[in-house]
Unconditional design. Structure first.
Length: 317
């Protein structure tokens, strides 16, 4: 398979610091891909869909309702293509739609979004996508089209899972459009609920290529602190030992099983957190564009420290 032409002309800045742990970048809008790639990032650890959808101004379910699925697929292809092409052949993990009801109300066709008392605990992420599979199907069809054009560097990442059944059902839907999870496309999930972290081995048994810590949500659900509630914002803390314990557990289980681990929440842009994660053996970290130089420097420094420690131990033996 061959990729499109634009990727061949994209100049990706040479990275001067090499690390074993990949340092990837988060992308929310296709227009930001070039700047993100110029950091020399080793791929996109989180391509968000929500901002693209919000920028379109139309609720995705309006396309479906009006029998215009092809237009939705086309728009998705155009948007994802820009990122996949800019980063080719580096991996881009496309995160399927995580639409909280309150954020999608303002869109054309979003008038009938249900009112929820607490949208953060409500109808969003994979649970919503399994209830409205037409949108998930449109996303998978877009990725399938891009794969056929040679953009095999796109992987799929599912948001907000709390039970392995959700992974199994999403894989079935991917298969129904002709994708082959873990065979011809990387397939993974975010770890954003304590439930997923505490039972990660059950998800691994279902079949996974990678997991990525969504620490923005993992923190709010572990600490019972609504990330959007200013009254409790001071208590919100990604470094809380309970959050770190969950992360550690998942990295250990995933490393045992050969499943890749990453982080794409805001904590992935915090050098002190990144330091801990590298020590725990995370496979990659994904940070905001602006944070990439500091994160890469941190990763290199920690890796050097770990390497020296291991070498000295070996010499002493
Ligand atoms: C997260 O929860 O950490 C995450 C990356 O997803 P989002 O911020 O889009 O919910
Ligand atoms: Mg999240």
């Amino acid at each position: 398979a061959t990729k499109g032409s634009a990727g061949q002309t994209t100049v990706i800045q040479q990275q001067s610091i090499l690390t074993v742990t990949d340092v990837k970048v988060n992308v929310s809008m296709p227009e930001a891909a070039k700047k993100a790639a110029e950091t020399g990032a080793d791929g996109v650890g989180l391509l968000r869909t929500e901002h693209m959808m919000l920028a379109m101004g139309v609720h995705p379910k309006k396309f479906i309702r009006e029998g215009r699925e092809d237009e939705l697929v086309k728009a998705l292809v155009e948007n994802i293509l820009k990122v996949a092409d800019t980063f080719y052949p580096k991996t881009v993990w496309y995160r399927t739609l995580d639409a909280p009801t309150d954020e999608f109300q303002s869109l054309e066709g979003g008038e009938d979004e249900p009112y929820e008392h607490n949208p953060m605990l409500g109808w969003r992420g994979i649970r919503r996508e399994l209830d409205e599979p037409e949108i998930l199907i449109a996303e998978f069809k877009a990725i399938k089209k891009l794969h056929e054009q040679g953009y095999t560097n796109i992987g799929i990442m599912l948001p907000l899972l709390q039970h392995p059944d959700e992974l199994r059902k999403a894989k079935k839907i991917a298969e129904s459009v002709g994708l082959k999870p873990q065979k011809n496309i990387e397939f993974g999930m975010m770890v954003e609920t304590p439930a997923a972290a505490l039972t990660i081995e059950d998800f691994i048994a279902e079949g996974l290529d990678f997991v990525s810590f969504g620490t923005n949500d993992l923190t709010q659900y572990t600490l019972a602190i609504d990330r959007n509630n200013e009254n409790v914002a001071e208590l919100y803390n990604e470094r809380h030992p309970a959050v770190m314990k969950l992360i550690k557990r998942v990295i250990i289980k995933c490393n045992e099983a050969g499943v890749k681990t990453s982080i794409c929440g805001q904590a992935g842009s915090m050098p002190d957190v990144v330091e801990k994660l590298v020590e725990l053996g995370i496979t990659s970290v994904s940070a905001n564009t602006d944070a990439i130089p500091a994160v890469r420097e941190t990763v290199a420094r920690v890796e050097k420290k770990l390497l020296l420690k291991a070498a000295r131990k070996l010499i002493q033996e």
